[in-house]
Design a protein around this ligand. Structure first.
Ligand code: GLN
Ligand code: ZN
Length: 763
């Protein structure tokens, strides 16, 4: 029979119960027992939901109190020494210390899970690394479900992916040696699961769909040979997701596993070749329902793919699945009570996706007639979206079609622009500025909440924000900043703020997706062609400018960042959406310039995370990303100075494209790495002006003048001093005034010191 299966489910709960419980536990207002109780209730609730939806293979151990990779570290006894763990089962204090740090030891590093916005804890490997079974979670949860009458398919991160995700912290560690040490523990886990009654396990190996080296390929072969022997009779499903198998296809098909999962949303074209090559007896899990997005499935199109597989393999060798774990979708569309009904009718969150999977499995098993109603309904939705004039805006499309290369080019090259800008602004050397936001104080948040609720009228809200802006302007004047900002008090979030003012966007009330630990994000949703009905920031920026003689920098979020921090359309390319957003921003840039705001910053912190997972796809992405950015800003006079800002970025891979953005000034994060991140710019001979961050805003620490001077001296050694700006690493919105005031004052003093040094050297 065609099985309806799932790979993982969101953990927080419809009311974000898990988030609230863990945070209360950390605060000390909830007992450990109560935290465990909430966790257990959520697991049972979610397993039941899946069972009721008709899912045959329900995952367990996909739940986590913090992160599934952290859980794997504990399962495998891979606990860094600094936590003082003395062996045995990893206890909850150690677990949370690894996640969040403790008085004794800093937290483990966190990084992005492939190209999602989920962040995992990075495993650490040291000289003399050993592994041993050190957690019972995966077994406990299997038993827990069984006791509730639900048979589950336990989920593990596979050994090769686990190693690939981690970091070798010592020199001289041998990869193959780590593989060898890891396998016996995995073997033990499989044996224990089998003994407990599991018939299937899901082993996630997303690295099978990434660019991997020969050593890793060897690792795969060696590991799975052993795992297949470890628990004969226990069926292994190896999953890949977020990309197609491509050059690793033969490797994947050669592994001695009972089933292989394919992401057919990201790479539908791989189905044919897999069907042509699949060995006898291997089952296929077809990831046809998008686990990363919020759109309803096109059931007819999915069924066509499944039928193709069934025709070749028979019903007994086919599973229907989401493309990846549903962890990356919001939990339940039914919670959305305020959403426009037509737009809502196009969507499916995790709970609705379960139903889609079950229907598809039924259709594949019993024939199209058995699900005729659902198919008709789905076809209608597909058609509705195809022709809806709420999605398709002819004006936007015509405008995009008429874009010319000149529109993405400044009037003159940087050296001429630089001259023009210097003549206009007369800034000192080492000019000081900030990245945009100032502290989002409790008062600001309270005012916004009251305004949203309707307790505060628009006028009073705007007056309150103006007062904040005035304060920020005054403060910057007082300490002697050169290029001022208005502080972004009126913005909830750098993407949401623009999404709310653009056509083609819709917002959910409960569309939370886990970002890391107890933190979630609620991405805005792009549902149609994007356009700007009216100016978005001009009023605020001109107000701020009216308060000062100094230049006021206009602040915008760039098209790439707006795209990647939103749920995207699945009916047009990313490039199309990105360029539509770019055109909308272009109008804003033009309006700002017209209104006398002639220093404008277009933030692009997401440019690097948009990089495709496979290198072969990078060039194409970078080409349209750069074009989009340039399209958004290249409508201004030479005297108008375009800034951009990027943070959390390793630039080596993309430095040429960063150069190609051709911003007059770029500010980047460099203080934590002691200017190391500058290397890429130096090696590339980055020609335009650059502000290497000198104040680490991620820490409450207040840097003193001397240490910022040190950093600037370092920067001056490798860059032309005439190109250097002085600024913090990122926006200040998460900091308090008590830290920001002295820190920025010290920063301005550091710039002054640099100028004096320069004068002395010249004299
Ligand atoms: N202008 C934004 C701010 O200052 C930039 C934030 C970011 O780069 N993440 O908050
Ligand atoms: Zn930043």
């Amino acid at each position: 029979m065609v099985l309806a299966t799932n790979l993982g489910f969101p953990r927080f709960g419809a009311g974000r119960e898990l988030k609230k419980a863990t945070e209360s536990y950390w605060k000390g207002t909830l007992s450990l027992n109560d935290l465990f109780k909430t966790a257990k209730e959520l697991r049972l609730r979610h397993w039941s939901m899946q069972k009721d939806a008709g899912i045959n293979h329900i995952p367990s151990n996909d739940f986590s109190l913090y992160d599934q990779i952290l859980d794997m570290c504990c399962l495998l006894g891979c606990v860094p020494e600094r936590y003082g763990w003395s062996g045995g089962t990893v206890d909850i204090e150690t677990y949370f210390a690894m996640a969040r740090g403790s008085k004794k030891a800093p937290a483990m590093e966190m990084t992005k899970w492939f190209d999602t916005n989920y962040h995992y804890i990075v495993p650490e490997f040291y000289k003399g690394q050993t592994f041993n079974l050190a957690s019972t979670k995966i077994f406990d949860e299997f038993e827990e479900a069984k006791a509730a009458g639900i048979e589950t398919r336990p989920v593990l991160i596979g050994p090769i992916t686990f190693l690939a995700l981690g970091k070798m912290k010592d020199e001289g560690l041998e990869y193959q040696d780590l593989v060898k040490k890891l396998i016996p523990v995995y073997a033990q886990i499989l044996q224990k699961l089998q003994k407990a009654g599991a018939t299937w396990v899901q082993i996630d190996e997303p690295y099978l769909a990434m660019d991997i080296c020969e050593g890793t390929k060897e690792g795969y072969k060696a590991a799975y040979k052993e795992l297949a022997k470890a628990a004969p009779g226990l069926n292994i499903l190896a999953t890949t997701y977020f990309e197609g198998l491509r050059d690793n296809l033969d490797l994947a098909l050669s592994l001695p596993v009972q089933a292989l999962h394919l992401d057919l949303r990201r790479a539908p074209e791989q189905l044919d070749i897999v069907l042509a090559k699949i060995p006898k007896g291997m089952m296929l899990s077809l990831g046809v329902v998008d686990g990363r997005n919020i759109w309803k499935n096109d059931l007819s199109a999915s069924l066509a793919m499944i039928e193709k597989a069934v025709a070749k393999l028979g019903t007994d060798r086919v599973m229907v699945a989401p493309s990846c774990s549903l962890l990356h979708s919001p939990i339940d569309l039914d919670l959305e009570t305020a959403m426009d009904p037509q737009i809502k009718s196009w969507m499916a969150f995790a709970a609705q996706k379960l139903a889609e999977i079950a229907v598809l499995a039924k259709g594949a098993e019993k024939g199209r007639d058995a699900i005729q109603n659902e198919l008709t309904q789905s076809d209608k939705i597909v058609q509705d979206r195809k022709i809806s004039d709420r999605i398709h805006n002819k004006i936007v499309q015509d405008r995009l079609a008429a874009v010319t290369p000149e529109m993405a080019r400044r009037k003159n090259a940087f050296p001429l622009r630089q001259q023009a800008q210097r003549a206009r602004y007369h800034l000192p050397t080492f000019p000081t500025t900030s990245i945009g936001s100032f502290p989002q104080t409790p008062e600001i948040r309270k005012a916004r909440a009251a305004f949203k609720k309707g307790d505060l009228d628009r006028n009073s809200y705007e007056e309150a924000m103006k007062k904040e802006i005035a304060y920020v302007v005054q403060y910057q004047e007082k300490i002697g900043m050169d290029v001022l900002v208005h502080g972004e008090a009126e913005r909830n979030d750098m993407v949401e703020y623009f999404g709310e003012q653009l056509d083609g966007y819709v917002f959910s009330q409960h569309g939370w997706v886990q970002s890391y630990g107890s933190r979630g994000v609620k991405p805005p949703i792009i549902f149609g062609d994007v356009s700007r009905p009216r100016a978005m920031t001009v009023k605020w920026s001109t107000y701020a400018q009216s308060l000062t003689q100094k230049p006021m920098k206009g602040m915008l979020t760039g098209p790439i960042t707006i795209l990647f921090w939103s749920f995207k359309r699945d009916d047009v390319s990313y490039e199309t959406s990105c360029k539509q957003i770019a055109l909308a921003l272009r109008d804003e840039v033009a309006d700002l310039e017209k209104a006398g705001i002639t220093i404008i910053q277009m933030d692009e912190p997401a440019i690097r995370e948009g990089l495709p997972l496979r290198r072969a796809d990078w060039d194409l992405y970078l080409r349209w990303a750069v074009e989009s950015f340039r399209l958004s800003v290249c409508c201004v006079e030479d005297t108008t100075q375009i800034h951009t800002h990027m943070c959390y970025s390793e630039f080596n891979d993309i430095i040429e494209s960063v150069g190609a953005l051709d911003a007059d000034v770029i500010s980047i994060e460099t203080s934590r790495s002691q200017m190391e991140l500058l290397d890429a710019f130096v090696a590339y001979k980055y020609p335009n002006e650059i502000g290497p961050g000198v104040y680490d805003i991620h820490s409450p620490r207040i840097p003193d003048t001397a240490e910022m001077v040190d950093l600037l001296v370092k920067a001056k050694k490798v860059l032309d001093p005439d190109l250097i700006w002085v600024n913090p690493d990122c926006g200040l919105k998460t900091r308090g005034w008590a830290e920001v005031e002295p820190a920025l004052k010290n920063m301005v003093d550091a710039a002054r010191t640099m100028r004096e040094k320069q004068k002395k050297a010249a004299a």
